[in-house]
Design a protein around this ligand. Structure first.
Ligand SMILES: Nc1ncnc2c1ncn2[C@@H]1O[C@H](COP(=O)(O)OP(=O)(O)OP(=O)(O)O)[C@@H](O)[C@H]1O
Ligand SMILES: [Mg+2]
Length: 143
């Protein structure tokens, strides 16, 4: 599992790069590599902006049938005041576009948000059938 502690802008760049590299190693398309990288940067940017930092975990949970990359970004900040509103396009308390959370939800195969004061955690996963992934790039340990 990849763990990147998010404290600065450069930690976001690092998390994004490592996620993209994992997606590439697992044979996901350039578009899917970008999907994952974008999700990582949006969620870690939120953790930095609204909670002063957090932790990003990226994990290969692939099996015989699927490539599955799980992403968890958590922080111990104030929490999201209105979770339903935060998932709507255009809702921002920080003067942003309000596109990060709803956009990430659309990019990923699975998305779950848990937030209360002192603990916010977003869990997301990108899942693809192995049959649709270029065989030459499949990870040997799953064969
Ligand atoms: N980790 C977090 N802790 C506390 N509040 C959060 C967190 N992440 C998101 N939020 C809240 O949810 C809102 C929506 O987040 P989202 O990422 O969709 O938009 P944004 O960050 O405001 O703008 P954008 O990401 O488009 O620049 C934020 O404005 C903020 O109020
Ligand atoms: Mg955001």
């Amino acid at each position: 599992m990849i763990t990147v502690v998010i404290q600065t802008q450069s930690d976001i760049v690092e998390a994004r790069r490592r996620g993209r590299d994992l997606a590439m190693q697992l044979g996901l398309s350039a578009v899917d590599q970008t999907r994952l990288a974008t999700a990582i940067s949006e969620l870690t940017r939120n953790a930095l902006q609204y909670a002063g930092g957090g932790v990003c975990e990226i994990e290969d949970r692939s099996d015989a049938l699927h490539i599955r990359i799980e992403l968890r970004v958590s922080d111990t900040g104030p929490g999201i005041a209105d979770v339903n509103a935060a998932l709507l396009d255009g809702y921002s308390t920080g003067g942003g576009l309000g596109a990060g959370l709803p956009g990430t939800r659309r990019l990923m195969s699975h998305f779950a948000l848990h937030s209360q004061p002192g603990q916010t955690r977003i869990e997301a996963a990108l899942v693809r059938h192995r049959a649709l992934v270029r065989p030459a790039f499949q990870s040997p340990r799953h064969e």
